[in-house]
Design a protein around this ligand. Structure first.
Ligand code: NCD
Length: 366
């Protein structure tokens, strides 16, 4: 397969590239006409095997504003997946129609799997409970505009930190900027995954604490990032029912927050943010939606440009093939039987190997 650059997670972008994407998105916002024909005759495919409103439509709106066109499907049922076709075959097909592919799938690592059959860039628009880098770019732009910076902030992240993919990518991005600190607000069973702690927070020496109630920490925060409890990822309906309304942010709780705190949410919200605070100027979740389109315009431009130049950064780690079996049932390798198992050594001192698709720990390769 041709070596093209893909976006699986925010770690595929350097901090310099993230900053440049933010700058380009701001330039697009201010000079819309300048970019109107930038992607003329280019096609963007949106392959959504899972529901979406904002991510899919913002990518489509973004491409249309750049003068390009779009094709794709909005559910697995309306594609040949429903006839039993593999993601790999679907991608191979679509990559001969489109110049860039945006894909969302319920399995972790699905975008990485898809990229192995694609001759055009694949952008991950959410792979199960794993990551969601393009949402993070929208979040960063919103924080930057609101606070004038993405560093030196105390960030509370509240809700489902285990399955909430936007949270994992957000932590990965914000820990790169100096002096950010974090309060992880969740019930103990919905805390951040092991790999986020050991691969991101610890090596970057990020300052973080946990907390179970919004009231206990809201007064210290500059950003409060709310998330939905991810119903579709729960194994047990009872567990979901028990946890679903564990956090509700409302106007009364906001009284204790700083005047300059902002509230973000990737949306959709269920009940975790009360509509009685939508008019509070600190509520920035609909601004995030607007920013998402501009960030995605910048991203499409960059990945098409890199593909045209033939630019593809070298892999960050040496990959070991087919020498272990990933046991995570949510991993794409457990759904697509023809996939090559891939893992990397992440921590030589403790002998930690992780699956490249879903980042869960795997036994030492044989
Ligand atoms: C999120 C997602 O799909 O992960 N939504 C989004 O893309 N803006 C959040 C969610 O579904 O809870």
């Amino acid at each position: 397969m041709k070596n093209v650059r893909h976006l699986f997670d925010i770690s595929d972008l350097t901090t310099k590239e993230i900053d440049e994407l933010l700058r380009v998105a701001e330039d697009i916002m201010m000079n819309r006409g300048k970019y109107a024909g930038a992607c003329a005759r280019k096609k963007l495919a949106t392959l959504f095997f899972e529901p979406s409103t904002r991510t899919r439509l913002s990518f489509e709106a973004a491409m249309q504003e750049l003068g390009g066109s779009t094709l794709g499907f909005a559910s697995a049922e309306s594609s040949s997946t429903s006839k039993g076709e593999s993601v790999m075959d679907t991608i191979r097909t679509v990559s001969s129609y489109a110049d860039i592919i945006v894909m969302r799938h319920p399995k972790e690592g699905a975008a990485l799997a898809a990229s192995q059959r694609s001759v055009v860039p694949v952008i991950n628009a959410g792979d199960g409970g794993h990551c969601h880098p393009t949402q993070t770019l929208a979040d960063l732009l919103t924080i930057k505009h609101y606070h004038g910076r993405v560093k030196k902030l105390r960030i509370g992240i509240c809700g489902d930190l285990k399955f909430g993919r936007t949270v994992h990518s957000l932590i990965n991005a914000l820990t790169r900027y100096e002096n950010n600190s974090f309060v992880m607000i969740s019930p103990p069973e919905l805390g951040i995954p092991n790999y986020v702690q050991h691969e991101i927070l610890s090596p970057r020496k990020a300052e973080w604490t946990t907390c179970q109630n919004i009231e206990d920490c809201i007064g210290s925060l500059d950003v409060l990032y709310m998330t939905r409890i991810q119903k579709e990822r729960f194994q047990s309906v009872e567990d979901y029912e028990r946890l679903k309304n564990c956090y509700v942010l409302d106007a009364a709780k906001m009284m204790a927050a700083k005047k300059k705190m902002c509230v973000l949410h990737p949306l959709p919200r269920v009940k975790e943010i009360s509509v009685d605070m939508d008019d509070d100027p600190r509520a920035q979740y609909f601004t995030q939606v607007t920013n998402g389109k501009f960030m995605r315009m910048a991203l499409i431009l960059k990945f098409l440009e890199d593909a045209d130049k033939g630019y593809c950064p070298p892999p960050a780690r040496e990959v070991i093939k087919n020498k272990f079996i990933c046991e995570n049932p949510a991993c794409v390798t457990n759904a697509e039987s023809d996939l090559v198992q891939l893992c990397t050594l992440r921590d030589a001192t403790h002998n930690v190997y992780r699956c490249e698709y879903c980042e869960s720990k795997v036994k030492k390769p044989f």
